[in-house]
Design a protein around this ligand. Structure first.
Ligand SMILES: [Ca+2]
Ligand SMILES: [Ca+2]
Length: 309
């Protein structure tokens, strides 16, 4: 039975509030584009937590019928998935390469579901009409939006979700003291802090400052227990990008009741967990008190920020 449903939304709205991406144990594809001057287009790029790396099919023409298969850790109760459709390296490259328009998802038992994707450089979230039991998902390209320059079709990242609550405290909205304007590399909105993608980030938009005094705030929608934060500091696009931009070294957590706690943050690309005195709070604001200066840009960026109960 084939059924179709389309539910597009921004990152900060539905699935991320209740779920964490399921583990992908293996990934395969009908074809892969050969590496081009050191840039890899292999299929594992759809699950490397980077929006700037993509899988490209290598068929003649636009790759209709090409597929990517994700294997899960056994049979899971899957409610939907998120797709970074097309080549997200830059908005220019996104325009120049094909995007997927019609996507067929085949489950382990052969059941197929069809989805029509929008033609926007936005993360798209799609749900099955009802949860499905499957150990794999095969994403097959059935229709495309044409790129302005190249005939190849690509997918930059895929995440699959079940309905189980995440181990992180669910976030209903992200906000910030300021935000760097979107440019050819994408946007720098605060909801990039919660997408489990390392090379999407919030950056402060204060032209004069180095990020000191700027803040990001997570709203949980109701009172929740929090006892630690998990942060990917700085611009985690890559090592050079990390060195070039500012990263945080100290901050202050402010909770709903006005109480505060100081935290020390390592200026490191590695994810770090920072424990603090447990609180029950609806919001947490992290104000940056001190930064490590970047070599090239004087803007503070943070790639991921999650709180744990
Ligand atoms: Ca990727
Ligand atoms: Ca991110």
């Amino acid at each position: 039975m084939t059924s179709a449903i389309l539910l597009a939304s921004f990152l900060s709205t539905s699935l991320p509030a209740v779920a964490a991406p399921l583990k992908i144990t293996d990934v395969s594809a009908s074809s892969e584009l050969h590496d081009d001057s050191g840039v890899s287009y292999v299929v594992k790029n759809v699950k490397d937590h980077k929006q700037s790396t993509a899988w490209f099919e290598s068929e003649v023409g636009s790759g209709l019928g090409s597929w990517v298969k994700l294997d899960l850790d056994g049979t899971q109760n899957v409610v939907g998935f998120r797709i970074w459709n097309g080549y997200w390296l830059t908005s220019d490259m996104w325009q120049r390469n094909n995007r997927v328009k019609e996507l067929e998802v085949e489950l382990a038992d052969g059941t197929k579901h069809s989805f029509t994707l929008t033609d926007d450089m936005k993360v798209e979230e799609l749900r099955f009409p009802s949860p499905v039991q499957t150990s794999s998902l095969k994403f097959r390209i059935k229709g495309i939006y044409k790129g302005s320059t190249f005939a190849d079709t690509s997918i930059s990242e895929l995440q699959v979700f079940d309905s189980a609550p995440s181990s992180d405290v669910a976030v209903t909205s992200f906000s910030a003291s300021s935000t760097y304007p979107a440019d050819g590399d994408g946007d720098y909105e605060a909801d990039n802090l919660g997408d489990d993608v390392l090379d999407s980030m919030w950056c402060e938009g204060n032209a004069d400052g180095d990020g000191t005094g700027e803040w990001v705030q997570l709203d949980f929608g109701s009172s929740q227990r929090v006892s630690s934060l998990v942060i990917n500091n700085g611009n985690d696009f890559g090592f050079k990008a990390f060195i070039n931009a500012n990263s945080a070294t100290a901050g202050t957590l402010t909770f709903s009741d006005g109480s505060t706690q100081k935290v020390t943050i390592k200026p490191s690309m590695m994810g770090q967990t920072i424990a603090f005195l447990p609180r029950t709070t609806r919001t947490v604001r992290l104000t940056f008190d001190q930064v490590r200066k970047g070599k090239e840009f004087n803007d503070l960026c943070i790639s991921e920020l999650h709180f744990q109960p």
